[in-house]
Design a protein around this ligand. Structure first.
Ligand SMILES: *Cc1c(COP(=O)(O)O)cnc(C)c1O
Length: 526
């Protein structure tokens, strides 16, 4: 007879009781998408980030942890508590409360108290504003929470962690801000040289903190991400172990980032319910500007947990590998990477898609492993017609190139009276192509327009005849001009950048990243 999984007993942690397999059976277990054999609790999965075999941590019980959206009536923190307790159940209720208070208590600046991710109007559609956190991009929602989860999992173990992250722009700063001076944890961020906006670059290069390092990489984002992934199986892990340090990641592959993102889908629905836009059980569509597939995957998780989501529309820029995949079933990364005005979506390998494939393809680790192997060695994989049909039943898709993105920024301002950033503009455009009148469409807004003020200003008013030589100086001229022209205030965290000193100028070749990380660990954590 198969052992049945009992309901979790609150207040028990396998880590305070020297966990045995029997203890583990009380908790929701996680394992690699490529191998179901080795299981971990959520605390361990949060600390490890990525599985040894290169797979991503998943749980097979996602669909059993349902939340009735009609029962969500409190503020964001209440919704968060429901989702965290369901999926990270080896954290005590006190740990979850403290983490939520530290992550969201005062860090998000929204018009209404208690809000973290407000829903507002965008013409006939709705805008889920995810950019009110400390670095003005949606990654704050997850990266305010992840350090809380990690430091609580680490407490009392005597271990130390080096977080290594590759960023296409927004993750890096959000992670640096979240981990700044967190005891026992160091953070190293790599970004593609010349591949991030002037404001994004300044945000990272001015980062303070005794435990941080910021470094440009000679290569694009995919090169940097691959190099970071390879670190986990490289010889430096042994050298780090000798000084008591393990590697972890803050990339969107960590379940400690995925879970906080599920919260705002539920919370958006709560807001639509409270406003009478939907009645309990009515379906809603979401359009998500997508790069690594983390954000849209969180929406899929919310659906699996009982949120009445009809369609999740995957919006891409000119790097439309996901559009092609969802139309044809062939995921093919063998194509040039285009630099666009929505750089956080300039990605050819969307890591989190691996989780979606695992869950949707009947939780087959074997087939997931084969596909990822094919992607690595051949540069592509193809799913069969049955799986493609399953994917298409939920995921819509579309893309907008830079010209269409500029049009969308202009139309949002002129027709909807909303100032939106290029990533949001991609989603708005694709949402309009996929919206149907009978189901409300929620567009996820992932960054403040002021993070990309040059392109936003140019879309609305044309080039500014700037005399500034440095892109950073020009960025502030655009910031001021955009504020003057639109009357929309920039977030203080961005306008303050002009007075901050640049602290980080490191540049490294891909091959030298392991040694760079080792040096940082030795100087910051030893
Ligand atoms: C990271 C990011 C995205 C893409 O999110 P994924 O989870 O990688 O799909 C979109 N917009 C902005 C502004 C981002 O920073």
């Amino acid at each position: 007879m198969k052992p049945t999984r009992r309901a979790p007993e609150p207040h028990r942690s396998p880590h305070t009781e020297r966990g045995t397999t029997k203890d583990l059976a009380h908790f929701m277990l996680y394992h690699s998408t490529r191998n179901p054999q080795e299981v971990l609790t959520s605390r361990e999965a949060v600390l490890k980030g990525l599985a040894q075999d290169g797979g991503l941590f998943v749980t097979d019980l996602l669909g059993e942890r349902r939340i009735d959206p009609a029962s969500l009536t409190g503020p964001y923190a209440d919704t968060a508590k429901r989702v965290f307790s369901a999926l990270l159940d080896d954290y005590t209720p006190e740990e979850i409360d403290q983490s939520i208070a530290a992550a969201y208590g005062s860090t998000f600046k929204c018009p209404l108290p208690g809000d973290v991710t407000p829903v507002t109007k965008l013409g006939r559609m709705h805008l889920l504003e995810l950019y009110h956190g400390p670095t003005a991009a949606f990654k704050d929602v997850a990266l305010c929470m992840l350090p809380q989860l990690m430091s609580r999992a680490l407490a009392g173990t005597g271990r130390r962690l080096m977080i290594v992250t590759a960023t296409s722009g927004d993750t890096g700063k959000a992670a640096l801000a979240g981990f700044e001076d967190v005891p026992g944890i160091g953070i190293t961020v790599f970004y593609p040289e010349g591949g991030v906006s002037a404001v994004q670059h300044l945000q990272m290069a001015t980062q303070e903190g005794s435990n941080v390092a910021v470094c440009a990489v000679k290569g694009n984002f995919d090169d940097a991400q691959t190099a970071v992934k390879n670190l986990f199986s490289s010889p430096i892990t042994k050298e780090l172990a000798q000084i008591g340090v393990s590697l972890s990641s803050a990339n969107s592959i960590n379940i400690g980032r995925l879970v906080p993102q599920i919260v705002y889908y539920f919370d958006a629905y709560r807001q639509l319910l409270a406003r009478g836009v939907v009645h309990a059980g009515d379906p809603v569509d979401f359009t998500v500007p997508t790069g690594n597939f983390g954000d849209v995957l969180a929406g899929w998780c919310a659906k699996r947990m009982g949120l009445p989501v009809r369609r999740l529309v995957v919006a891409s820029n000119a790097n439309n590998v996901l559009t092609d995949f969802l139309l044809t079933g062939v995921y093919d990364r063998r194509r040039p990477l285009h630099k666009t005005i929505s750089p956080s979506m300039d990605i050819l390998v969307s890591s989190n898609l691996e989780r979606a494939l695992y869950w949707i393809d009947d939780m087959s680790a074997e087939r997931t492993r084969e596909r990822m192997e094919s992607l690595k060695t051949k540069g592509f994989y193809q799913v069969d017609a049955e799986l493609l049909a399953k994917l298409q039943a939920t995921f819509g898709c579309g893309f907008a190139d830079d010209a269409a993105t500029m049009d969308s920024i202009r139309a949002a301002w002129e027709e909807d009276g909303r100032l939106i950033d290029p990533h949001t503009a991609v989603a708005r455009r694709v949402a309009l192509e996929n919206a149907s009148p009978e189901v409300p469409m929620v567009v996820l807004s992932t960054a403040s327009p002021y993070k990309f003020c040059r392109d936003v200003y140019t879309a609305l008013y044309g080039d500014l005849k700037t005399k500034a030589a440095a892109p950073e100086a020009a960025a502030f001229e655009y910031m001021d001009a955009l504020a003057d022209a639109t009357g929309v205030e920039p977030p203080a965290s961005l306008s303050n950048l002009r007075t901050k000193p640049v602290l980080w100028k490191d540049v490294e070749a891909i091959a030298d990243l392991p040694q760079y990380v080792l040096r940082q660990a030795r100087t910051k954590l030893a």
